[in-house]
Design a protein around this ligand. Structure first.
Ligand code: FCB
Length: 444
């Protein structure tokens, strides 16, 4: 096991991650209003089996025992997100004290058990009222977000050391407004480009708000992978360039270098859309951050199709997870080295993990050997990147427990802890036991 972590610094940290809508449930309690996911999941056909997050893992009512379980894993950090409509119903105005109290108790419970809270402000649950007012394509939403950041900081700023603004703006913008596979389910490329810019602006405004309040560890989390061409045919090479442009550079370039990539702006214009930049926006977006959160699941190989400007992802015939995602640990190493070289911001793995069709609990045990192997090979890939010079400070596994996997509902299980959705019983899988052991050994 020790060679898995070879080369990781002594202060490298370990954790587990979740998000509010995926685990909390209690969707209409204590003054919480609806988010776009409450609305979207009720749309026929939007989520597998018509499922939703009304109850999810019932974490809202089981938080103390869940925190005890987190502590037993021996992790340093727990990454969670705050449900915006729970703490600021409707997305504007004063705090909802009852909703905020849940997070205040969560933070206290974590600190008492020696686990550092890592707070993500936005993991996709936009208040429905803000979507009705225009959603992320509407510039005002960015200002609402910065205000929300202040509301949360007023309540938790004295106890939460690390703050992430957004989780995976690519998913919010592209899946939410272009393909329509995520909430709010709109299908308009131009709106997706407006959403992209306003998400980045929201991030920058929130960074400024939190920095002014003295937050010392601030960042954003992006989902990324490598994008390679299927051949050296210039059309395939261009397909890979575009995928990298829309997947990575459209975020990282403005965040770190204060400009959108020229080639991507040309691609956007060719599709009759634009990024609605106003003077001063890029300075706000590139306000320095301390850490980039990297969420890694897979990497892609791209091939141009006959449709001009279109492309497809081609399978490399590797083993896949239950999501159908190819297992590409060396892509993780390559990605981290590339991010180090092109951007040079310290990184933390804020998500990495896999769904598999786990067998049910037998004799109190879930033998998820596929997940153990996935985690092992990916932690090793991070360690290889660190040995190669990438500044990666920690690793947070996705996910603490099985939960509501967005459009896939409860079908896809990403947890290292199994959840029985009938009894809400939690059972540590083999992967959780392996992870606990890995952390203990890495500390020796
Ligand atoms: C990421 C999301 C997370 C989870 C994993 C599997 O894109 O941030 O909520 O759904 O994928």
């Amino acid at each position: 096991m020790s060679d898995v972590t070879a080369g990781l610094p002594a202060d490298f940290f370990w954790g587990v991650a979740t998000s509010a809508y995926q685990i909390e449930g209690a969707y209409d309690e204590d003054g919480r209003t609806l988010s776009i996911w409450d609305t979207f999941s009720r749309r026929p056909g939007a989520v597998a089996n018509g499922e939703n997050g009304d109850v999810a893992c019932d974490h809202y009512h089981r938080m103390p025992s869940d925190v005890a379980m987190i502590a037993r894993l021996g992790v340093d950090k727990y990454r969670f997100s705050v449900s915006w409509p729970r703490v600021q119903p409707g997305g504007r105005g004063p705090v909802n004290a009852k909703g905020m109290d849940f997070y205040s108790r969560l933070v206290d419970e974590l600190l008492e058990k020696g686990v550092d809270p890592w707070l993500t402000l936005y993991h996709w649950d936009l208040p429905q009222e803000l979507e009705d007012a225009g959603g992320w394509p509407h510039r005002d939403t960015a200002y609402r977000f910065a205000e929300f950041a202040g509301v949360v900081h007023d309540a938790l700023g004295d106890r939460v050391p690390t703050w992430t603004t957004l989780n995976e703006p690519w998913c919010s913008a592209m899946l939410g407004y272009d393909t329509g596979r995520h909430a709010p389910g709109r299908k308009n490329f131009g709106e997706a480009m407006r959403a992209t810019h306003h998400l980045l602006l929201a991030h920058g405004l929130a960074v400024q708000e939190l920095r002014a309040r003295g937050v010392a560890s601030l960042g954003i989390t992006l989902n990324m992978g490598t994008h390679s061409p299927a051949s050296d045919d210039p059309r395939d090479v261009d397909a890979a360039r575009r995928a990298d442009g829309f997947g990575t550079r459209i975020y990282m370039d403005p965040l770190v270098h204060g400009r959108y990539p020229e080639d991507v702006l040309v691609d956007i214009a060719a599709r009759g859309a634009e990024i609605p930049v106003r003077s001063g926006d890029l300075e706000i977006i590139s306000t320095p951050i301390d850490v980039v959160g990297v969420n890694y699941y897979t990497s892609h190989v791209h091939k141009a199709t006959d449709d001009a400007g279109a492309s497809e992802v081609v399978s490399q015939g590797r083993p896949v997870t239950a999501m159908g995602w190819e297992i590409v640990p060396e892509g993780f190493t390559a990605l981290l080295l590339r991010l180090q070289q092109d951007y040079g911001v310290p990184m933390v793995i804020t998500e990495n993990g896999a769904a598999f069709d786990d067998l049910d609990v037998e004799d109190g045990f879930v033998a998820d050997v596929d997940r153990v192997e996935y985690l092992r090979s990916h932690v090793a890939a991070v360690a290889a990147a660190v040995r190669g010079g990438a500044d990666v400070r920690g690793y947070l596994a996705w996910s603490l427990m099985d939960n509501f996997e967005w459009g896939y509902g409860y079908d896809k299980r990403f947890g290292i802890v199994r959840v029985d959705y009938v009894t809400q019983e939690r059972t540590l899988k083999q992967s959780a036991q392996w992870y606990r052991e890995l952390i203990a050994q890495a500390r020796r």
